[in-house]
Design a protein around this ligand. Structure first.
Ligand code: XMP
Length: 220
């Protein structure tokens, strides 16, 4: 089942430490649907911050750990994220079908999102060659969803055609990386990941409200 969508915003909680994270969330959590963690904050604050944030704000937590190792290691990371209370995890598509299958088994109820294409210019060098295959594998393995590059809406559209309506598409590359707010959702994504455009603003609450209002016309 897809996560509930009210604003379409996945907040990338990429601040440096826990007090800053809670200050930011106290202001903006009501305007976001999902809270996404990446390694830097978890390495700095410990995995328990995922548990605390999930309980305190009652939103699904996406562990953007870009899992990309051999199955035995991938599966340990996945189980740790699940035990901490994450609701989803990001796994690279290039690890191959055996590792993806194993990751999905290890994940159980934890939703697995397969990365299809990185948003940075280098994403066009390598990942872009396999974007369609990664999307096909995600659909074939019945993953919960995929990541797609929100700064390339034509790719999001193609990925949606491939994965069909049931899989969730989450898109990064919005705001600081050049993608327009609402552009990825307009192209078929479910959620837009937004980090710096909110937490680097001098007024994050106002910035989040602006992002919410910009995305709103694209929500059906
Ligand atoms: P910003 O500050 O650019 O934050 O709004 C974006 C967040 O998303 C992560 N990110 C990606 N995640 N594929 C992903 O799965 C990508 O191509 C990608 N590009 C950025 C980034 O690490 C940050 O947490």
């Amino acid at each position: 089942m897809k996560w509930e969508r009210k604003t379409g915003i996945v907040l990338a909680l990429d601040v440096a430490e826990r007090d800053e994270a809670f200050r930011l969330l106290d202001g903006v959590a009501g305007m976001v649907d999902v809270i996404k963690f990446n390694y830097p904050l978890v390495l700095a604050a410990g995995l328990d911050i995922i548990t605390e944030v999930g309980k305190r704000y009652g939103k699904p937590v996406l562990a953007d750990f870009k899992v990309a190792d051999v199955p035995v290691t991938n599966n340990r990371i996945i189980r740790l994220a699940a035990e901490a209370g994450a609701a989803g995890i990001m796994v690279h598509g290039f690890i191959g079908i055996d590792a993806l299958r194993s990751a999905l088994e290890a994940a159980g109820e934890l939703k697995v999102f397969i990365v299809t294409q990185l948003t940075n210019p280098g994403g066009l060098e390598f990942t872009a060659r396999f974007t369609e295959e990664f999307a096909e594998i995600a659909a074939f393995l019945d993953a919960a969803g995929v990541q797609a590059p929100g700064n390339r809406p034509e790719v999001v559209k193609k990925v949606r055609e491939i994965v069909g309506p049931e899989l969730m598409i989450v898109c990064c590359g919005i705001g600081a990386q050049g993608g327009k707010f609402g552009g990825a959702i307009g192209a078929g994504a479910d959620f837009e990941i937004v980090g710096r455009a909110i937490y680097q603003s001098p007024d994050p609450v106002r910035a989040a409200a602006g992002v919410r209002d910009a995305i709103a016309p694209f929500l059906k």
